[in-house]
Design a protein around this ligand. Structure first.
Ligand code: PLP
Length: 413
């Protein structure tokens, strides 16, 4: 027997997904104790107070009204033309940068990350993101021989740590031609933080400084997976306007996803959207991405493309969709508000939450604390630097009691 049938580059440690593990334990506890006695804060989707996934009727009614042929037929490799226009509107709304903008359809936001990482970095390159991050960034990068390196997201005042960002950014610029940065904002997973507009100015000024060297290529990948669940729809998009008139060697790629905003997680639909002052750079983006699409997944899922297109292009449907989503946005922000308030009362240290599905609690030994919490029938995801609590999946009532339970468990460990 050969030692392994898997090719060398495809051998990875046999580790169980930690989120899957803890979520299985939560399911078992719900089965034996009843859901009212368990706090399952491991789920990454919006659920109602009973833990059932929320689905927007405006989205699924539209999907079910499509003729079979519209779901069954192949889509264009780049995505349907009308979708590519509609997705720009959905993403930028009134804050469309004045630039050359090209979109390519991708299977969810994950597909956009894959396209950008593969086409805009070289083998062995370091990719920069914050020390609190969504772990698939590492899988996607490592799969193709890239490495993720991190800056500290927060300084001692819990503000954006621009000094740390600058230091890491310049370090990469000193040794690589390409400086590829992933910024997951607004409503960052796992903290719920959003990079403030004045810090965006600093990031862009630093990028422009480095871009004075024409040999350097700066790619800012902006992962906006949670943008459609931010309280201030328009305010949270203002930073897009800053991407007007950037030097040609700064390219912005936005990773858009229908998963959260359209409650379409399993439908696998999103887009990579590039923003450049150069038409040629935008065209290059389009053709390199289309090549990768063909080589990886061929075309994407046509049904959800049509759903987004029909909703975005029809003012009446759009209003109904926004009104329906608003109910759940309010539910989410109420849950988070209660959690933050109670955390303050019981002096539980949490990271600055602004919007989004998750709140993070920094701690020393996240695995041990998460394990300890299972004794209280509270299930949270242990990350490298703390715990992730999914306010998207826990009722307001439970969000009110969770902080003090977590505080107690921290004291016991
Ligand atoms: N980025 C972040 C930070 C996420 O949390 C997710 C999903 O959980 C994604 C991107 C992409 O999700 P999808 O591929 O389902 O669109």
């Amino acid at each position: 027997m050969p030692e392994t049938m898997v090719a060398k580059h495809a051998q990875w440690p046999r580790v169980a997904d930690p989120i899957f593990n803890i979520s299985e334990k939560a399911q078992a506890a719900i089965k034996s104790l009843g859901k009212e006695n368990v706090i399952n804060a491991t789920i990454g989707a919006l659920t109602d107070d009973d833990g059932n996934i929320i689905t927007l009727n405006t989205v699924f009614d539209e999907y079910k009204s499509l003729p079979n042929s519209e779901i069954a037929a192949y889509a264009s490799i780049a995505g349907q033309k009308d979708y590519l226009e509609a997705v720009k509107k959905a993403c930028f709304k009134d804050s469309m940068p004045d630039a050359h903008i090209r979109a390519v359809a991708t299977p969810g936001g994950s597909g956009a990350i894959k396209l950008a990482v593969w086409n805009y970095t070289n083998e062995g390159d370091e990719i920069l993101t914050s020390d609190w991050f969504w772990s698939p960034y590492v899988s996607i990068s490592e799969e193709v021989g890239r490495k993720v390196t991190t800056y500290q997201l927060f300084n001692e005042y819990n503000n954006f740590n621009f000094n740390s960002f600058r230091e890491r950014f310049l370090n990469i610029a000193s040794k690589q031609e390409r400086i590829f940065t992933i910024l997951n904002t607004p409503a960052h997973n796992p903290t719920g933080y959003s990079v403030p507009d004045n810090d965006w100015d600093k990031i862009l000024n630093l990028s422009k400084e480095v871009a004075q060297n024409p040999e350097k290529k700066i790619i800012l990948f902006v992962d906006v997976a949670y943008i459609d669940f931010v309280k201030d729809d328009d305010g949270c998009r203002k930073f897009f306007e800053k991407f007007t008139n950037l030097p040609e060697n700064i390219l912005v790629i936005v990773g858009f996803s229908m998963s959260k905003g359209f409650t379409a997680y399993g439908m696998r639909m999103g887009a990579a959207i590039c923003i450049s002052s150069s038409e040629d750079v935008a065209e290059q983006f389009y053709y390199s991405c289309v090549h990768s699409c063909r080589a990886n997944w061929s075309n994407c899922n046509r049904g959800p493309m049509k759903v987004l297109t029909n909703i975005i292009n029809n003012p009446e449907k759009y209003k109904e969709y926004m009104d329906e989503k608003k109910i759940y946005k309010e539910m989410l922000s109420k849950r988070a508000e209660v959690f933050v308030e109670e955390a303050k009362k019981c002096e539980l240290d949490i990271l600055p939450y602004i919007d989004g599905f998750f709140i993070s609690i920094p701690c020393e030994d996240p695995k041990a604390v998460s394990e300890e919490l299972t004794k209280d029938n509270v299930f949270v995801v242990p990350l490298k630097r703390g715990l992730r609590f999914a306010v998207c999946a826990v009722s307001e009532e439970k969000c009110a009691i969770a902080p003090s339970i977590i505080k107690n468990a921290l004291e016991r460990v």
